[in-house]
Each structure stands twice: as C-alpha cells, then as structure tokens.
Design a protein around this ligand. Structure first.
Ligand SMILES: [Zn+2]
Ligand SMILES: [Zn+2]
Length: 144
C-alpha cells in the first residue's frame, strides 16, 4: 500500500505517514480530508514495518524528535543540548565528552546524544524490572 504523508498537528507541523489504498482511505484513517494527505513514494517501501522509523525520516532530511526528551534534532546536532547550552541543571550533560555529544541513534530511534540514548535504555530496563517484580508478586499471591 502506498504511504501518505499528513500533518498530525498543524500548529507545530508534526508529520506522520499512514499506509492506505488511496488518498480517500488515508484521509479516513487519520481523520482529515483526502486533499490534506500526500502520497510520498519514497516511504512506500516501509509499509511492512507499519510505520516510518525516526532514523528513516532523518535519512530523508526531516527533523525528528529525540525519543527520550522530544527535542527536535537536526541530522547531526540538537541545538538545545549541544553548542553553547551550559546544562546548568543537568550535570550529566554538562560532563559529556566529545564522544557522547552529537545526535545518535539505535538503528530505529534518534536521540540528542549518548546521554539521552542511555537514559532511554535505562528507563526501558527499569520498566522491565518493574514488570518482572509485579509478575513475581502475582505468583506469590497465587500460591496462597
Ligand atoms: Zn536535546
Ligand atoms: Zn534528547
């Protein structure tokens, strides 16, 4: 199915892609008029994924949001995290080495820098552990 580009939020101009048979169907899926969606051929190839990953948007020159902190990042720099920003309230970012600096990705998602990537991974890890703990306690309750 072809990929149709549409504006999620006209205010901040967030874009997304919906896969649909034609513009009419795409409009129906996302709740806008058929003439508000635009077929974007280069994204057709991503239909099997069901979405266009941030790294792929970035490949085509779009600005994408950091998966961790939602800063809008350019291809190689987050102007909020890099450059002259002193990170007064964020010692971990202030202590970044040159290796940690600069936009990075994990193959799917895009981050401001290594610090954001590591924070996201730590969050996922925490959630996983939280879930495991819950399952454990359910099992224990079940034994009673
Ligand atoms: Zn940032
Ligand atoms: Zn970030």
């Amino acid at each position: 199915m072809p990929a149709f580009l549409y504006e999620v939020d006209p205010f901040d101009r967030t874009l997304d892609v919906v896969f649909a048979a034609d513009a009419e169907a795409a409009g129906r899926k996302v709740g806008c008029d058929a003439d508000a969606v635009r077929h974007v051929e280069k994204f057709d190839q991503y239909e099997p994924q069901g979405e266009v990953y941030p790294v792929q948007w970035q490949e085509y020159g779009y600005r994408v949001a950091c998966w961790h902190c939602e800063h809008m990042v350019d291809a190689d720099i987050c102007y909020e995290c890099d450059g002259n920003y002193p990170h007064e309230d964020d010692p971990e970012k202030a202590a970044m080495t040159d290796d940690d600096r600069g936009v990075c990705d994990d193959g799917v998602r895009v981050y401001c820098d290594r610090v954001c990537l590591e924070r996201y991974e730590a969050e996922v890890e925490r959630k996983k552990r939280g879930k495991a703990a819950k399952e454990q306690s359910t099992r224990q309750t079940g034994k009673e």
